[in-house]
Design a protein around this ligand. Sequence first.
Ligand SMILES: Nc1ncnc2c1ncn2[C@@H]1O[C@H](COP(=O)(O)OP(=O)(O)O)[C@@H](O)[C@H]1O
Ligand SMILES: [Mg+2]
Length: 241
Amino acid sequence: MLLSFHSYKGGTGKTTFVGNLGVMLAGQDKKVCIIDTDVNGPGIHSLFDIRYDMTLIDFLQGVCKADEVIYRHEDTGVYVVPSKACEEDISAMFGTPGEAKEKLLDLIKKIRESYGIEHFLFDCSPGINKSSLLTMNIVDKATIVSTIDIQDIRGTYLLSNMSARLGTQAALLFNRIPRDKKNDISEIVSDFSNKLGTELLGLISYDESVAKTWSRKIAMKDDQDCEYCIQVKKIAEKLLK
Ligand SMILES: Nc1ncnc2c1ncn2[C@@H]1O[C@H](COP(=O)(O)OP(=O)(O)O)[C@@H](O)[C@H]1O
Ligand SMILES: [Mg+2]
């Protein structure tokens, strides 16, 4: 399955969620590869502490081959294609958006053939930009990760409309929800998703222990039964259905 993760604003918890989801799937003996398409602010390599040489950008620019940009995280078995910080948008590296799409699909095909990857998770850049839309256009399902901040909610509405225009199935995930307000908020976001006609995957509470890791640890790697991990597992079931 090809799954992408988007948000309107940064910091909603995409990278953290994608990293944990990847570790969870690898723990179930699934072959999973996370591709960091957040070329403006890549972060997956930090979460997995991957020392890289070649990246997605080098592959897209034709500098290296597909198998030079994929790294296996030894502790978990998750495959990662990191990105390096780049001021350009992915599609700006090509003459047309079609060429960018073809190149990205070529990478997926090559990695799938060589490593038997079943699930690709794309950690996308926040906001409405060409590289995020390019990824949204090629996946089976695009998950929009939002907080309950009004800026996020309004952006989530826009992103959901974008996915509808592209004909890509979208799903909503609300993260960093204050624990004591989860029940009330659950009703509000359920109304919101009904109005949008977009599937609601669920809500994840604000978790002090995740916040305190400062992206230096993956909760799912240390304790699969932690509160955050249990919520991730529940959402993953819906997501992969
Ligand atoms: N449910 C949560 N509760 C508390 N902190 C979280 C939660 N999810 C993510 N975070 C923290 O929020 C910060 C931003 O998360 P990150 O995944 O990097 O966001 P994004 O990739 O959307 O920019 C990180 O420090 C991360 O540890
Ligand atoms: Mg991120």
